[in-house]
Design a protein around this ligand. Structure first.
Ligand code: AP5
Ligand code: ZN
Length: 217
């Protein structure tokens, strides 16, 4: 399956993507995780992205689209993928459509996670991620690690993302409404969007998502 996951910051895209990718045996491709890995490795790409991410703004398309396409090439896009955090504006959505058309493939669905804003603010406030891999995501109340401050998956140190500070979150939400929400309409016109509520326990949201993807494909 070839799927795009959309939803506001803190909706649980990364959390759900990990389970969905495993259930569907497809790679989870998160542009946010790719940028964070580049930043921690000190690459040129990481240096270009850091200031934008720290401010909660989008990294320019010239940098982002090339990185996403390289990752899709590596994954062999025809075999399926779950994109999380890409595309994030209409320009990126058009670039993805062009990429897929060049490879003679198409999306199977766009899964839209719906969560009220007060809930995403709570989720982000309690989020802790792993120094070794930002895809290892926890929450101080909702998804507690067995040992406080320690990643259950790899034993790494858990910390709060720099862009999770409240003023950055406000900007990220504004950017989401202004830049990213319009792509939901863009994909609606292609009849690809399935919207689910992302409220409730993580496993329940995964079940809902799997059912919606199966029904929609
Ligand atoms: P990115 O990393 O993609 O951040 P985001 O979209 O803001 O999403 P988040 O990672 O904040 O949230 P999430 O929805 O994955 O939620 P999570 O699963 O962690 O992007 C970061 C930055 O990179 C951007 O601001 C931009 O600068 C740049 N960037 C990335 N892609 C780009 C692109 N395409 N173009 C340009 N720039 C780009 O869950 C949140 C918390 O809630 C966790 O603590 C989790 O444990 C908890 N939780 C999850 N599910 C539940 C549940 N069901 N109930 C209770 N708690 C839950
Ligand atoms: Zn870890």
């Amino acid at each position: 399956m070839r799927i795009v996951l959309v939803g506001p910051p803190g909706a649980g895209k990364g959390t759900q993507a990990a389970f969905l990718a495993k259930n569907l045996s497809i790679p989870h491709i998160s542009t946010g995780d790719l940028f964070r890995a580049n930043i921690s490795q000190g690459t040129d790409l990481g240096k270009q992205a850091k200031a934008y991410m720290d401010a909660g703004n989008l990294v320019p398309d010239e940098v982002t689209i090339g990185m996403a396409e390289d990752r899709l090439d590596q994954a062999d896009a025809a075999d399926g993928f779950l994109l999380d955090g890409f595309p994030r504006n209409e320009q990126q959505a058009r670039a993805l459509d062009a990429y897929l058309a060049r490879h003679g493939i198409a999306l199977d669905g766009v899964l839209d996670l719906e969560v009220p804003e007060d809930e995403v603010v709570k989720r982000i406030a309690g989020r802790r991620i792993c120094r070794n891999d930002s895809a290892h995501v926890f929450h101080v109340e909702n998804q507690k690690p067995a040992v406080e401050g320690v990643c259950d998956i790899c034993g790494g140190e858990l910390y709060r993302r720099d862009d999770d500070a409240p003023d950055k979150v406000r900007n990220r939400l504004e950017v989401y409404h202004r830049e990213t929400e319009p792509i939901i309409d863009y994909y609606r016109k292609q009849d690809l969007v399935v919207t689910i509520s992302a409220l409730g326990p993580v496993a329940e949201v995964t079940r809902r998502a799997m059912a919606a993807l199966r029904a929609g494909s």
